[in-house]
Write a protein that binds this ligand. Sequence first.
Ligand SMILES: [Zn+2]
Length: 155
Amino acid sequence: MTEMRRVTAICNGSVIDHIPAGAALKVLRMLRISGKSSNPVSLVMNVPSGKYGAKDIIKVEDRELTQEELDRLSIIAPHASVAIIRNYTVAKKRSVEAHNELVNVAKCTFSNCITHGNREPQSHRLTVISVDPLQLRCHYCCRAQDMDAIIDNLL
Ligand SMILES: [Zn+2]
């Protein structure tokens, strides 16, 4: 656990581990954590990791991430895990779970898709075709999604 000492231990909150190196800022965005939220957040990027070469770690104090919030990360951090910390000890562990469908996580990458029209607001539904590597298809226009472009379409 020496790598965890790079960030001071937190009393209460969530530690998100095994984020792909460089993706921590996107993870914060997906969790809607910004400089405006009052919770202290610490972020470590490019920590050497045996499993995936390098990884990012985020610690959010005084906030316990739910399974639903965590599952939103499947697009950019499918191997992420979260430790819920209470009184300096791990109270719960969670990992990202793959679902059959991602609802309101990202927009379809085709700009002429019905979901981009304002007339009839649709929920954004992406069907998971494959988990590793992740492949998605739009529920409405049925087109396979460009997995690089979809990062810019996160909601
Ligand atoms: Zn579409």
